[in-house]
Design a protein around this ligand. Structure first.
Ligand code: NAD
Ligand code: UD1
Length: 334
């Protein structure tokens, strides 16, 4: 079975390609290398023994994208390609909507034209907004998003749901990721942030490697056990495994399903910091700052639906996530 992976050289995409290849799927990657590099293909080959077919193509280039469909008999699509920086999306909403919405529509139109009926889409827990009580359940539906990035995820969910209502042959799985962190155990692939990291673990990794002086903790006066924000961190390899399960599910089921992918357990910023200190064997300097605008106190997933429908349960704990992140950081600096 041949899977088209858009954004397949990116952070989550590269780990997913590894898991797909390990499970006997053929992989065709489309990526414009905006936020990744061609060397990732060699790393995937080093891990799996297989080099995926690769097109350096922008999903906004519909003609270029069509070539991928004419040259390959695609059975299913996993759609990761998109921009993901929350702050940047507020400053450049049209750029975000063009890439994340127009690019996606190009892809969905070509899927229709070439009768590709299975789609797994990268959504985010951000679509819950701060409207609901934790643990976030899929049945809550879509909340009020607070930035164009989040809104682009919500709009994609709505578009895919409408497509699926209009075409009963479609099988779509919308995966709402919680907070993916960590790296492959080989240390060969992981997250390489573009500029100053916005997310917690990439920032900690840069403090540990000496690129940044200290971690800025965005508030310690939340209504949480230690006052710092609580999130559902999930190992990127667990998340990648969930995509293989979603592809398997889409093979057997028509319609659209929204499924949370998290561990169901929340950790505070201080707990993550301590787990990372354990992994790297040194103290990590930090300072408490004001709250970051737009942050919520606590976010974690209800994981029952993922267990029931996909038979998916995350395996790795926070210590392992930090150990793998640290190994990747060390190997990157060599
Ligand atoms: P990433 O930036 O590492 O990967 C995205 C890839 O898409 C990159 O390789 C980039 O070059 C490519 N790309 C972007 N625009 C493109 C275009 N127009 N045409 C072709 N390729 C393009 O990001 P990631 O962390 O791997 O995230 C993958 C997906 O998951 C994204 O859609 C993101 O919004 C979503 N997501 C990520 C997180 C997270 O915390 N990392 C959380 C929830 C959802
Ligand atoms: C952020 C995005 C969210 C996106 C998600 C995954 C915002 C407001 N939200 O969410 O839309 O889906 O990333 O990409 O940007 N923290 C610090 N210091 C730091 C960085 C983070 O204390 O330098 C804290 C945050 O306040 C939060 C926790 O660490 O409590 C996790 O932050 P982060 O990794 O940015 O993820 P989210 O806030 O869940």
């Amino acid at each position: 079975m041949k899977i088209l992976v858009t954004g397949g050289t990116g952070y989550i995409g590269s780990h997913t390609c590894v898991e797909l290849l390990k499970n006997g799927y053929e992989v065709v990657i489309v990526d414009n290398l905006y936020n990744s590099s061609v060397e990732i293909l060699d790393k995937i080959e080093k891990i799996t023994g297989i080099k995926p077919v690769f097109y350096q193509t922008d999903i906004l280039d519909k003609e270029g994208l069509e070539k991928v469909f004419t040259e390959n008999k695609i059975d299913a699509v996993i759609h990761f390609a998109g921009y993901k920086a929350v702050g940047e999306s507020v400053a450049k909403p049209l750029t975000y909507y063009e890439n994340n919405i127009s690019g996606s529509i190009n892809l969905y139109q070509l899927m229709k034209k070439y009768c590709v009926n299975s789609l797994v889409f990268s959504s985010s827990a951000t679509v819950y907004g701060d409207d609901f009580e934790v643990p976030f359940k899929e049945e809550y539906g879509l909340g009020t998003t607070t930035n164009p990035y989040g809104t682009s995820k919500k709009m994609n969910e709505m578009i895919i749901t409408d497509m699926s209502k209009a075409d009963p042959e479609l099988s779509c799985v919308l995966l709402r990721y919680f907070n993916p962190i960590g790296a492959h155990e080989s240390g060969l692939i992981g997250e390489i942030p573009n500029g100053i990291p916005n997310n917690l673990v990439p920032y900690i990794a840069q403090v540990v490697s000496g690129q940044r002086g200290f971690l800025r903790i965005w508030g310690n006066d939340y209504d949480t056990p230690d006052g710092t924000g609580v999130r559902d961190y999930i190992h990127v390899v667990d998340l990648a495994r969930a995509h293989v399960k979603a592809i398997d599910y889409a093979k057997e089921h028509k319609g659209t399903e929204v499924i949370n992918i998290g561990t169901g357990k929340g950790y505070s910023v201080m707990e993550v910091l301590h787990a990372y200190e354990k992994a790297c064997g040194k103290k990590i300097p930090y300072q408490i700052m004001e709250r970051r605008p737009g942050d919520i106190a606590t976010c974690y997933a209800d994981t029952e639906k993922a267990e029931k429908l996909l038979n998916f349960k995350a395996e790795y704990n926070i210590d392992r996530m930090c150990e793998d992140s640290y190994r990747f950081t060390v190997m990157q600096s060599k």
